[in-house]
Design a protein around this ligand. Structure first.
Ligand code: XUL
Ligand code: CO
Length: 436
């Protein structure tokens, strides 16, 4: 079989003192932390769309990146070569999972029937490569947003014929996800949103989206696909207003439409920040509401207001993310999928390795820091102290719903102005830095 990354050998863990840029300094898959090894905690996945299909294009110019698996000229041959290259990459990098959209792995043809046939052919190859390498599918999804037919959305399209097209794609993508033993299936609301309310019946569109998701739930049961569905919140881009704005918004939608039994969320760091939240906030919201499914691990740029999808390198962020994930019980079906792309000038295949190695090390450090923070118990203690009033007889009466407004007025009239306590933010921020 052709080797597509011949200069690279399997990436090894060499420890923090290593000067080798093609080695892990912190990600040691077998290292035990709080009862599980690092690989089990972090469950890294490589995404197919950016890593193998992203070629550095931006709104000002086409791609800059040329790959040896992309050069045969025949679209199906390119698809096959790319799949082989992808599994070589997963194996050399040492990740256990991958993720894809249907249209990433097989090119669209003139008819849906022909497109599905092409997909089946590539899925067969992927299945064989999964078996040969042991790499598993973290989740599959459909691309119902790139083709021009989806310019006004898929499930929220004003035309039921486009809705039906999207439904057909989802049906097939669920089938191939199941065929590949995928652990979950993702719905990112590609163009489910609007540009102007002057041409949009928002309520009708959202009811249609819920209908589509219910159909997917029914089909999932029919084909006995066991994995959960994930919705991936994002507030804007490509549309001015994406319906799945943030975790809170998705939770309300799932509740209103009675979909909570079958859906959890896939939280993406850069989507969180676009919504004006921290990555940690979105994760915490999911943990608190029992809807944390998986994570698209990336980051935005402090000075740019769009989805730059950069590789995560900020240890502060990865530490806080892993702290929340660990305290929330860790991943079950989910993992950390690098929904991240190389910069336009990073044209060398080596850059793909550097990017993923750095990101994996950043999360490994985050995991180690978070475990120390949890074991140290100092943040828990600070929070416990801050809320201690709620553990008194008085606080417990309120929490248990036994108090009423009259009783609280009487208490306040009798006890007067409450004594205030410091929030200790700066001290706790200093404490966090002790772990980094
Ligand atoms: C887009 C995005 C998608 C989803 C999968 O911003 O994050 O790649 O993760 O459709
Ligand atoms: Co994503």
């Amino acid at each position: 079989m052709t080797e597509y990354f011949p200069k690279i050998k399997k990436i090894k863990f060499e420890g923090a003192d290593s000067k080798n840029p093609l080695a892990f300094k912190h990600y040691n898959p077998k290292q035990k932390i709080m009862g599980k090894n690092m690989a089990e905690h972090l469950r890294f996945a490589v995404c197919y769309w950016h890593t193998f299909k992203g070629l550095g294009a931006d709104p000002f110019g086409p791609g800059t990146i040329i790959r040896n698996y992309n050069s045969s000229g025949d679209p199906m041959q390119v698809a096959k070569d790319t799949m082989v290259a992808a599994f070589e990459f997963f194996t050399k990098l040492g990740v256990n999972f991958w993720c894809f959209h249907d249209r990433d792995i097989a090119p669209e043809a003139d008819t849906l029937a022909e497109t599905n046939k092409r997909l089946d052919e590539i899925v067969k190859l992927a299945k064989k490569l999964q078996k040969d390498t042991g790499v598993k599918l973290l989740w599959g999804t459909t691309n119902a947003f790139s083709h021009r037919r989806f310019m006004a959305g898929a499930g929220t399209n004003p035309d039921p014929k486009i809705f039906a097209y999207a439904a057909s794609q989802i049906k097939k993508a669920m089938e191939v996800t199941k065929e590949l033993g995928g652990l979950a299936y993702v719905f990112w609301g590609g163009r489910e949103g609007y540009e102007t309310l002057l041409n949009t019946d928002m309520k009708r569109e959202l009811d249609h989206l819920a209908m589509l998701l219910h159909m997917a739930v029914d089909y999932k049961k029919k084909i006995k696909f066991k994995g959960p569905f994930y919705i991936e919140p994002k507030p804007k881009e490509p549309t001015k207003h994406q319906y799945d704005f943030d975790a809170g918004n998705c939770f309300a939608f799932l509740q209103r439409h009675n979909l909570l039994d079958d859906f959890k969320l896939n939280i993406e760091a850069n989507h969180a920040t676009l919504a004006g939240h921290t990555f940690q906030h979105e994760l915490q919201f999911c943990v608190d509401n029992d809807i944390l499914g998986s994570v698209d691990a990336n980051r935005g740029d402090l000075f740019l207001g769009w989805d730059t999808d950069q590789f995560p390198t900020d240890i502060y962020d990865t530490t806080l993310a892993m702290y929340t994930i660990l305290k929330g019980g860790g991943f079950t079906t989910g993992g950390l999928n690098f929904d991240a792309k190389l910069r336009r000038q990073s044209i060398d295949p080596l850059d793909l390795f550097y990017a993923h190695i750095g990101a994996m090390d950043a999360f490994a450090r985050g995991l180690k820091n978070a475990a120390k923070m949890i074991r140290g118990g100092r943040f828990d203690k600070a929070i416990q102290k801050r809320y201690a009033g709620w553990d008194t007889v008085f606080g417990q009466r309120i929490e248990k719903g036994k108090a009423d407004l009259g009783e609280l007025e009487k208490y306040t009239l009798k006890n007067g102005e409450p004594k205030l306590q410091s929030g200790r933010q700066e001290m706790l921020e200093n404490l966090l830095n002790e772990y980094l």
